[in-house]
Design a protein around this ligand. Structure first.
Ligand SMILES: [Zn+2]
Length: 264
C-alpha cells in the first residue's frame, strides 16, 4: 500500500472520474494508494479545499502559504494558526522559497517561511517545504528556525545531493516525485541512490508532473506507485519494500496522521 505524501486534490481535473473526487479516491485505492496528503497553497483557498476533502478519512490535509502565493496571501499568523487547528491537519505548508518564479517576493517569502517554521515548532507540526533556486537561503532559514524534532520535508526534490545531505542532517526528509522517472533526470536519480530509504517519501505533486509512462497527462495520486517503482530499481530493492518503508516514514514524520484501514 502506498501513500501519496503531496498532492493538490482541489486542483485536479476530475473529468476522467465523472467530476467526482470519490471516484478518484476509489481509483487510487484500487491502484494500492491508501492515503494521501492534500497540501494547501494558500489560506484564501484553504476552506474550499478543506471542505472538499473532509469527507474522506484517508485524506490528510496541511495548512499553509506557497512561496509563489505570498503576494496575494501574505503571511498571517492568526489565520494560519486558525487553519492549522482544524481536525485532520497534520502539517504546515507548503511554504519555502521560490526564486525561479517569484524572486521579487524574496523578502516576503523568507518571512513567511520563517513564520511557518516557528509556528510548526510551537504546535508540534512538521513543515512541508518547496524550494527552487534558493538553496542556501532555504537551508539557512531551516537551520535558524526549524525544530529538529518536528522537522519537515523538502518536497518534489530537484536540487543537489549537497542540499539533500544538509537537509537530512537537520532531520528533514526528502520527497521524490515523478520527475525522477523523466529521461533527462539522471543527476536527480543519483540523489535518489544516495538518500537513505529511511529518510525519503514519495509523492505525485498532482495535478503537475505525471511520471513516465503517463508524462504529459494530468497527474493524480493513482500514479504514485510509478515513483516507488523507479526508486526500487535505483535502490535494488522490491517495490513492496519501498512502499512499506516510505509508509513508515510518512507516519513517523506526520505523527498526527493515524493509519486508516480502507474498506475497498
Ligand atoms: Zn505542491
Amino acid at each position: 500500500m502506498y501513500i501519496d505524501s503531496h498532492c493538490h486534490l482541489d486542483r485536479l481535473d476530475l473529468s476522467r472520474h465523472e467530476d467526482s473526487l470519490a471516484n478518484l479516491v476509489q481509483a487510487a485505492g484500487e491502484a494500492g494508494v491508501e492515503q494521501m496528503l492534500c497540501v494547501a497553497i494558500d489560506l484564501n483557498q484553504f476552506d474550499a479545499m478543506y471542505n472538499q476533502v473532509a469527507p474522506f478519512n484517508n485524506i490528510f490535509t496541511s495548512a499553509g502559504i506557497h512561496p509563489c502565493h505570498v503576494g496575494e496571501c501574505p503571511y498571517d499568523e492568526a489565520r494560519l494558526r486558525a487553519a492549522a487547528s482544524k481536525p485532520g491537519i497534520v502539517a504546515l505548508g507548503e511554504t519555502g522559497l521560490d526564486y525561479h518564479y517569484s524572486e521579487e517576493l524574496a523578502g516576503a517569502q523568507k518571512a513567511s517561511f520563517a513564520g511557518h517554521l516557528k509556528l510548526g515548532s510551537e504546535l508540534g507540526l512538521p513543515v512541508i517545504v518547496h524550494t527552487r533556486e534558493a538553496r542556501q537561503d532555504t537551508l539557512d532559514i531551516i537551520d535558524q528556525h526549524a525544530d529538529r524534532d518536528t522537522a519537515g520535508v523538502l518536497h518534489c526534490f530537484t536540487e543537489s545531493l549537497e542540499m539533500a545531505q544538509a537537509a537530512l542532517e537537520m532531520n528533514f526528509m526528502i520527497s521524490f516525485s515523478g520527475i525522477i522517472t523523466f529521461k533527462n533526470a539522471e543527476e536527480l536519480r543519483d540523489v535518489v541512490r544516495a538518500v537513505p530509504l529511511e529518510q525519503m517519501l514519495i509523492e505525485t505533486d498532482s495535478p503537475y508532473l505525471a511520471p513516465v509512462p503517463y508524462r504529459g497527462k494530468p497527474n493524480e495520486p493513482t500514479y504514485v506507485p510509478q515513483v516507488a517503482k523507479c526508486i526500487a530499481e535505483l535502490k535494488g530493492v522490491s517495490v513492496e519494500e519501498v512502499a512499506r518503508i516510505t509508509r513508515e516514514n510518512f507516519y513517523r514524520l506526520f505523527s498526527r496522521a493515524t493509519p486508516v484501514e480502507r474498506s475497498v
